[in-house]
Design a protein around this ligand. Structure first.
Ligand SMILES: NC(=O)c1ccc[n+]([C@@H]2O[C@H](COP(=O)([O-])OP(=O)(O)OC[C@H]3O[C@@H](n4cnc5c(N)ncnc54)[C@H](OP(=O)(O)O)[C@@H]3O)[C@@H](O)[C@H]2O)c1
Length: 292
């Protein structure tokens, strides 16, 4: 099949392009900087420039358009990613409609649920649109907007768990690991908040499975072992040679690390992957070392 990947230079995109090519697909990378992408074709467009996106998607003539855009490395990570989720998605969807793309497959997140009900939830659980933190409420609002747009064209939404592996926030040599090594990442409160992790290579395999499947809708793409912070944070610290994290009251951790980190450690829900396993025929093949 002809597939176009927006975000082909990202952490997930770089893992994904070779997987799709190895499966025999013709992959066009839609990028801002063509310097370092190994794809069958490379086209340049800024996702926030609708006419450039329209021209690139028309030239790529994809049957499937994969959306892996995020701006989480930007200094204005939350604002810029929210803008990409709203406006970048709108550009891609408009271009996909015009070019007669059969299906859009887009990245979302599996940790935007409201902290109500079960500790591990399915795709029908409510999103935290009324989160008390304005930055997180904006993020969740943009996530909901992206999902609405993708579903409006019969697309597939893959909600990734917390990504780990090379180049991610949770890589063993990344800034998070460094903070733990230096004893600078405390555990908030009782650490009952749940995290569902996902290795980057399992994210790439999930996109490949979604390409092959006729199924549409929303899927949690997460590993099999949602874990509370009280368990995974000390394990991660030990794995990177750091001291056991200090336990501090949640409001103090919120002041130190910000609301999202305190929320993750105290109230976040895990995300069950049952639907993706049953419907997409995908399953995670990796288990994070710090949850075993
Ligand atoms: N589920 C999760 O935990 C989750 C989800 C998303 C991200 N993250 C974290 O965020 C980090 C990055 O992961 P990622 O692969 O999602 O993001 P990434 O590696 O930053 O990749 C983002 C992609 O979007 C592209 N992009 C950004 N703005 C664009 C624009 N205006 N127009 C066109 N392309 C644009 C980037 O292109 P350029 O190369 O040109 O910048 C890049 O290809 C990791 O640390 C990861 O752990 C986590």
């Amino acid at each position: 099949m002809r597939i176009a990947v927006a975000g082909a230079t990202g952490v997930v995109g770089r893992a994904l392009v070779p997987v799709l090519r190895a499966a025999g697909h013709h992959v066009t990378a839609l990028v801002r900087d063509p310097a370092s992408v190994d794809a069958d074709a490379v086209l340049t467009a800024d996702a926030l420039d609708p006419s450039a996106v329209r021209a690139a998607v028309a030239a790529a003539r994809p049957e499937i358009l994969v959306h892996q855009l995020s701006a989480l490395r930007s200094p204005t990570a939350f604002e810029s990613t929210a803008r990409l989720r709203r406006e970048g998605t709108a550009s891609l969807i408009a271009a996909a409609r015009e070019a007669g793309v059969r299906r859009v497959i887009a990245q979302s997140i599996a940790f935007a649920h409201a902290p109500v009900g079960a500790l591990v939830v399915d795709e029908d659980a409510p999103l935290y649109l009324d989160a008390p933190d304005p930055g997180w409420a904006m993020t969740v609002g943009a996530v909901a907007d992206l999902e609405r747009q993708v579903l409006s064209v019969g697309g597939t939404v893959l909600r990734y768990g917390a990504l780990y592996g090379t180049g991610t926030q949770y890589s063993l040599d990344g800034p998070f690991a460094t903070a733990l090594t230096r004893g600078r990442y405390p555990l908030a409160g009782d650490g009952a908040g749940m995290t569902s992790f996902l290795h980057v290579s399992d994210a790439a395999q999930a996109v490949a499975a979604a390409v092959e499947s006729a199924a549409t809708g929303v899927f949690h793409i997460t590993d099999d072992h949602p874990v509370p912070a009280s368990s995974w944070l000390p394990s991660f610290a030990a794995r990177v040679g750091g001291p056991p994290p200090r336990v501090l009251p949640a409001p103090m951790v919120e002041r130190m690390l910000g609301w999202p980190a305190a929320h993750q450690m105290t109230a976040q829900r895990g995300a069950a992957n049952t639907r993706a396993r049953a419907t997409l025929g995908w399953h995670p093949s990796r288990v994070p070392e710090w949850t075993t």
